[in-house]
Ligand binder design. Structure first.
Ligand code: SF4
Ligand code: SF4
Ligand code: FES
Length: 232
């Protein structure tokens, strides 16, 4: 079996002497027996920590959960500073959590029903692997876009009955936030935790509308004479 790895924009090929194993084991095999300079991130090795996310043939996977196939091309996550080979700096993506202010602003006492827990249970499973962020086409054109995992977390807190100041969170996700998403669904497709950021962003748009916001792209559209109603 052969895999290709994009190392600082050089595609290098490696032979792996076994079949049907995880990509992470293959990377460790290369490091231990072929080239000990190969650099990548891992920690739990069991799909829990999110450290080992990479792109395979253009799609984000967790290396410890993905069984590699002959000819696979392995690359680092997109929109991240590459530190070396497959290891990236996740700091810039983490900043989006600050931008979205996705935390409890004004905690208040509240009884939380099981139904309410279930509503945002999935979102709390985020392991910050950054797969969704890497898959998002909006970041290609707007590097300041808050991005999917931070918006998913914002949704989690706007739905929390203990939050006494939902307005602040909603205010903070209007610029480079909910309305910039194209609802393409890439983030939902790649999330290893089964989280649906696209749906969460849709819900956040609805919450934003309740606070008087609307889609600025829609507002910018010109009505009236453009539709032939002028001059009457
Ligand atoms: S649905 Fe929105 S946030 Fe998710 S990848 Fe597409 S544009 Fe990005
Ligand atoms: S939402 Fe999913 S894909 Fe995005 S960082 Fe969290 S676990 Fe990873
Ligand atoms: S090493 Fe922790 S998720 Fe893969």
């Amino acid at each position: 079996m052969q895999i290709k790895i994009n190392r600082q924009n050089n595609i290098e090929e490696y032979q792996i002497p076994f079949k049907s194993t995880t990509l992470l084991k293959a990377l460790y095999h290369i490091k231990n027996y072929t080239d000990n300079t190969l650099t990548f991130s891992s920690n739990c090795r069991s799909g829990v920590c999110g450290a080992c996310a990479v792109r395979v043939n253009g799609k984000e996977v967790l290396a410890c959960s993905y069984n590699f196939k002959d000819g696979d091309l392995v690359e680092p996550l997109a929109y991240h500073e590459i530190q070396r080979d497959l290891k990236v700096n996740k700091q810039k993506a983490r900043e989006t959590l600050k931008d979205s202010t996705a935390w409890l602003h004004q905690p208040q006492k509240s009884t939380i029903s099981q139904e309410q827990v279930t509503l945002t249970e999935k979102q709390t499973d985020c392991i910050l692997c950054d797969s969704c962020y890497s898959s998002c086409p909006v970041l290609e054109v707007n590097p300041n876009f808050i991005g999917p995992f931070a918006l998913t977390r914002a949704y989690r807190y706007t739905s929390d009955p203990r939050e006494g100041d939902i307005q602040s969170i909603v205010d903070n996700i209007q610029t480079n936030g909910v309305w910039d998403c194209t609802l393409c669904g890439n983030c939902t497709e790649v999330c290893p935790q089964g989280i649906d950021p696209k749906m969460d962003i849709t819900m956040l748009r609805s919450t934003s509308a309740q606070f008087g916001y609307s889609d600025p792209n829609f507002q910018a559209m010109s009505f009236g004479s453009d539709f032939g109603f002028g001059g009457f």
